[in-house]
Structures are given as structure tokens and as C-alpha cells.
Design a protein around this ligand. Structure first.
Ligand code: GLN
Length: 209
């Protein structure tokens, strides 16, 4: 398949630049997404970390909530980190009053799960799908995944079994920020998923035309 993989980063709020930098280093074409039409022709989209309650409000005031739901429903690969995971979750615990999510990922997420004492920490995580070595994971006022639906695959847990990374078809989500610790393997996994999904979408078009 000729051409670069086009990955959008939802650029309403959060650590957009960090994701854009990793994606560029992997050879992807990066599109900063603020308007519905910018979702067109993407191979994948990253929803960054930040503050999910603010991102939710901006997503709605920029008219992005429905277009995002439609794109995810149509199978767009999306990777959510931290606040991005919250945005992707179908159910949220400890959201602010009236907080909504875009949804698509059949999980229940608990926002700000680590409380004030351990708001931020780093840990080495075993992620079997990425192989060795472990991933250095930065948790910053992070959520955790409390429940998963039957179609959701767990990719990583903390040592106490708390779920912190999952995949459901083309949707990938981590409670932590691999974009700030210099490990690009989650981004590689996502760009590969997006490239393959785009290849198969093109294949469908070619074989039916
Ligand atoms: N606590 C933030 C929220 O609720 C998430 C923090 C982050 O993305 N690093 O959205």
C-alpha cells in the first residue's frame, strides 16, 4: 500500500504534541483534528491524555461528539491514552456532573482512581503482546478499567490485577502515557493496526468495483 498512514490526533485539549512527535518519528502523516471534516480519510485517530471533563465539553461544543461516534461505529481505529481512554469508555465512574463520553469501548472506567496520595507514578509493565522488555508506564491522575465486556482483550495489568491496557477490535486504550516515557511500541502497534485496517478497507473497495 503506497503512501503514509494518516493518523489524526484529537487536538482540542491535552498532550497533543507528544503524540504527534511519536507518530512523526514512526513515519506516519499526522493530522490535528478539531473539526468533523478532519476525520475524513483518516486511517486512525489518537485521543490524547489531558482532562476528560474538559475534553468532553470541547468535543460537544466543537460538534465533534456525534461525528466521532459515527467514525468509531464505522470501524475507525482509535487509541485513547488516559483521558482518551475515559473518552472511549462506554461507562464512567466518578465523572464530573453531566460528564459524557464518546464511547465505543465496552468497559467501565474509574476516573482519578489512584486518589491524591498516589496521583502520579511510573512502573514497569509486562505487556505480553509487545514482548520484552516491559513498558515503562507513566500514570498521571490516571483512571483504571473496572469492568470489561466479553469482546475486550486485557493487554496489561498492575501487579494487583488492576486492568490498565485493553484492546477491542480496532480500539486500543491505556490508562497510562507511553508517549511521555520514550517507548513507542504501543504507537507502533496502533499504527500497524491502522495501516492494516486501511489496507483491508481499500481491498473491499477494489474487490467490489
Ligand atoms: N484525570 C484526568 C481525567 O479525568 C486524566 C489524566 C490524564 O489524562 N493524564 O481526564
Amino acid at each position: 500500500m503506497a503512501g503514509q498512514t494518516r493518523i489524526g490526533v484529537l487536538a482540542l485539549q491535552g498532550d497533543v504534541r507528544e503524540h504527534a512527535r511519536v507518530l512523526t518519528s514512526l513515519g506516519a502523516e499526522v493530522i490535528l483534528v478539531r473539526r468533523p471534516r478532519e476525520l475524513d480519510r483518516l486511517d486512525g485517530l489518537i485521543i490524547p491524555g489531558g482532562e476528560s471533563s474538559v475534553m468532553d465539553k470541547l468535543t460537544r461544543s466543537f460538534g465533534m461528539q456525534d461525528p466521532l461516534r459515527v467514525a468509531i461505529g464505522a470501524g475507525l481505529p482509535v487509541y485513547g491514552t488516559c483521558a482518551g481512554l475515559i473518552m472511549l469508555a462506554d461507562r464512567i465512574v466518578q465523572g464530573i456532573e453531566g460528564q459524557e463520553t464518546v464511547g465505543g469501548l465496552d468497559v467501565t472506567v474509574r476516573r482519578n482512581a489512584f486518589g491524591a496520595q498516589t496521583e502520579s507514578f511510573e512502573v514497569d509493565l509486562d505487556v505480553p503482546v509487545l514482548g520484552a522488555p516491559p513498558v515503562r508506564a507513566a500514570f498521571i491522575r490516571a483512571p483504571v478499567i473496572e469492568r470489561i465486556g466479553p469482546g475486550v482483550e486485557v493487554l496489561a495489568t498492575l501487579s494487583d490485577g488492576t486492568i490498565v491496557a485493553v484492546r477491542q477490535g480496532p480500539l486500543l486504550a491505556t490508562a497510562f502515557h507511553p508517549e511521555v516515557t520514550g517507548d513507542d511500541r504501543f504507537h507502533r502497534l496502533f499504527v500497524d493496526t491502522a495501516r492494516r485496517a486501511s489496507g483491508s478497507r481499500c481491498g473491499v473497495v477494489e474487490s467490489t468495483s
